[in-house]
Design a protein around this ligand. Structure first.
Ligand code: FES
Length: 111
């Protein structure tokens, strides 16, 4: 994917349907989450034992549930829910321009 002024193209917006999408950017597995018009980006592997979070589920309260052992992470800030002591999911700023989803280049977490 090409880079433009501190941003890199992660995907074409029409390719990102509602729900969870896994991308590989460099050495990072990134999860894109589309909910309505909002697109979020965060680390794509669970900090517990590295399950692919794109295989997880989002509940109505805005929590992402890991598919392997069911830890949950708040989409708004990546925080881990009660019952687990795990670091928050790294989150990345997202921009949409000219029909493309852009992520920081280099990929630097905002939390
Ligand atoms: S790998 Fe996600 S909770 Fe264990």
């Amino acid at each position: 994917m090409s880079a433009v002024g501190g941003w890199q193209v992660a995907a074409a917006l029409p390719e990102i349907s509602q729900g969870l999408h896994e991308l590989i950017l460099g050495n990072e597995v990134v999860l894109l989450v589309r909910r309505g018009d909002e697109i979020l980006a965060m680390q794509g592997l669970c900090p517990h034992t590295f399950a692919r979070l794109a295989d997880g589920q989002i509940d109505a309260e805005g929590w992402l549930h890991c598919p392997r052992h069911k830890a949950r992470f708040r989409l708004a800030d990546g925080a881990c829910g009660s019952g687990w002591v795990l670091p928050p999911l790294r989150q990345y700023e997202v921009r949409v321009a000219d029909g493309m989803v852009l992520l920081p280049d280099p990929l630097t977490p905002r939390n």
